[in-house]
Design a protein around this ligand. Sequence first.
Ligand code: ZN
Length: 285
Amino acid sequence: MSRLYTEADVFCDESGSVWVGKVFTVAGFEKWLAEQKLTRRLLYVVDHHTWSPADEPSSPLSFCNRVQGIGTNYYWKKKSDGGRGWTWGYMPQLWLAVIKGEPYVTVGTHPSWAAPQCTHFNKEGLGIETWWNGDRERWTHPIHYGLWRIHKALEAWAGIPLTRAVTGPTNTNMPSGKKGWLFHRDARDSNKSCPGWKNDHDDLLSAWREYEKEDDVTPDEVRKIIREEMEIVWSDTVDRDQAYLVEQEIISAPRAKGKAASVSYVDSLLARVLKKAVGETPDPR
Ligand SMILES: [Zn+2]
């Protein structure tokens, strides 16, 4: 019986076993990884997407169980039964899914064990599968952020920097000997779009650069960013969810389209949601 592991847990080294099968908060994963022995030469982090399934798991535990299910029903199933025929316990090492806006990490195969995930890069590489279809939609902020935290944890653990290991055209690259990350599709003979054509390297790098900056940002700067950037995002979300807000009796009628939602509007909306959550009736609006 598994459960969600957080930074409140105490961890020990599990590098003796191929299979881990645990789900963590990002902070929990960082703490767990720091306790693990690195018992192989690890140079590359390969970013993948699942493509299918890509629907949001209902809970962290369900996410973990579904990853194990992919092992049972696909990777470890006999080839004659439609599976891949791999030895039990071997699959991409790390899995990232966003559930209700929060990133979670499932560890499949232990990072100290090499596993099939990317031709030519298996022996010295480690795979991160994002639970996502990157051909349909580009990674969202929580995915970029989750990937950043995982890559930073791997940098601390194995000295793999957040720079690209290879930069040649899609489907051409061989191991360079230079530590870093790559997309699955960068590898020679991959013949894949993985992690999806909607994602590109520069997108990921520019998101990561922002997170590096935020590490030493002042409260005033945070407020400035919220004012300048978040209003547009909030506005989109609020516009899209008008019908839902009416249905939930948070507001009585949809607001005029095209009118940008200000911070104070979102703030008042939040107050109404909270009022409803404690069983009070929000004032008519
Ligand atoms: Zn892949």
